[in-house]
Every structure is written in C-alpha cells, then in structure tokens.
Write a protein of this length. Structure first.
Length: 254
C-alpha cells in the first residue's frame, strides 16, 4: 500500500464537484425511469446520452475493456453487471446502478440501489442498511481519523443488522484517475491504515450482502455474484476530507 495519496487543491475539488453533480443528476434521472419492463441497456443508453449532453465522458466505458457506460447489477449481482438488451427489470427486483464520468480532467463516481416496483421487506431493509452504512462512514471523514474508522463504521452497522460486507472489492481514492490510493475496505483490517488529511478525495462504497460475504465472478469476467445467490446492495459517494465537515461531492445539490 505504498502508493502516494494525492491531495486535491480547491480548484481541483471544484472540477470534481462539477463531475460528481453530473453523476448525481444522471442517477436521479435513472431513478425516475426505473420500472418493470425496461432493459438494462436502455438505462445505459440514457446515462451515456445524459452525460455527453452535459459535456462529460462516461468513465467506465472501455475501462479495462468494460463494454458499458453503466454498471447495472440486479438482485444477487453485487457489482459490475454488464448492460444488455436481453436483461429486463422485473417487479420485485432490486437494481444497483454505478456510474462515473470524466469532466474537465477529473472523475465523479457514485452508486445507488433502487427497488423495481414493490420489493420484499428483507430487500427493503438491505437497501436501507447499506445506504445508512455509507452515511455512517461519511461521518468518519474527518482530519486525523484513519481509513479503518470508515471501514469499522460500515462493518459494525451492517453486521449488527444481520448482513455481511463484501471483502473482495473495496472503495478507492479518486481524482484525475478513476482509481487512486488509498483503498477503502468496508471491513476493518488489522494493519494500520492511512490517516485522513484535508484534500483527500474518497469514493466510499459499501457492498452489502443479505447472506454470506463471499462472492464469485461470472464467466463474462465482470459480473460479481453472491456465492449463495442472495441479494446484494451497493451505495457510493465521492467525499472530500476538509478541515471541517465532510464534503459529499456526489450528493445532488438542489
């Protein structure tokens, strides 16, 4: 973990805010459109068109060969689901949408998990617990705290509610690169973790499973599934450490 953590200047943070607001607007737009019968490729098309209309480039498309602009993961798919015209949203499913853009040389990245129509009480709880675990992690984004403080906040809340946190995939630093140092696990690691400094930009993204934390990658090389095929939820915000309150760049501004 010897990689250098880049601290962002105020002008860089301003560009990252613009990028993340495009992401936030895209996710809000998609949230209004999600209903049974829509294909995941349609969601992808709407997202890419919206980003480009706002002068941004989809960050995931072509990234290490990923074919879509959007990661769309349904029910037992954890992350990195590939958009397809053959995958149709069904009533009662939950769908995780992860989107990123590059704008003025900087990246924005955020994710939400949304119900398709009416969902079971357990799926609703899974969504609520995952969303709240992210908020608890954000509260720990303060100068002098460590990455482990974020990780601990997520893990304790999730496990207290009977769910598990994915260990194979983690959050990350972000800026002029989509993935920068440091790694941000959603579980507490034993080794000493980096201390938070003003200007650090963090993509914090709890991935929470209803059953086991264990996952596997499908033959497509991308889509991650829960090993027990129980549902999973995913929320993400891009957050900057400041001398004061955490600055959530990807929270939609009114």
């Amino acid at each position: 973990m010897g990689r250098v953590i880049n601290l962002k200047s105020s002008s860089e943070i301003e560009k990252m805010l613009e990028a993340n607001q495009i992401v936030a607007m895209t996710l809000a737009m998609l949230g209004d459109k999600i209903k049974p019968g829509i294909t995941t490729l349609q969601l992808d098309s709407w997202a890419e068109d919206f980003a480009r209309e706002h002068g941004a480039v989809p960050a995931f498309k072509g990234y290490r060969g990923f074919p879509g602009s959007l990661c769309v993961s349904i029910d037992d798919e954890v992350v990195h689901g590939i958009p397809s015209d053959r995958v149709v949203l069904k009533e009662g499913a939950i769908v995780s949408i992860d989107f990123g853009v590059k704008y003025k040389g900087f990246y924005g990245d955020s994710a939400v998990t949304l119900p398709v129509g009416k969902v079971s009480a357990n799926k609703r709880k899974l969504i609520d617990v995952t969303r709240q675990s992210l908020e608890l992690a954000i509260q720990q984004v303060r100068v002098g705290n460590r990455i482990n403080d974020l990780s601990r906040a997520v893990q304790r809340y999730v496990e207290k509610n009977g769910f598990s946190v994915v260990r194979q995939f983690v959050g990350h630093g972000i800026g002029s690169q989509l993935h920068e140092a440091p790694e941000i696990p959603n579980y507490e690691r034993k080794e000493r973790s980096p201390r938070l400094l003003a200007g650090m930009a963090l993509a914090i993204e709890p991935m929470v499973n209803a059953g086991t934390y264990e996952v596997e990658v499908m033959k497509d090389g991308w889509t991650v599934l829960t090993l027990d095929r129980k549902p999973s939820a995913h929320f993400e915000h891009t957050v900057v450490v400041t001398e004061d309150e955490p600055l959530v760049l990807s929270r939609l501004q009114s």
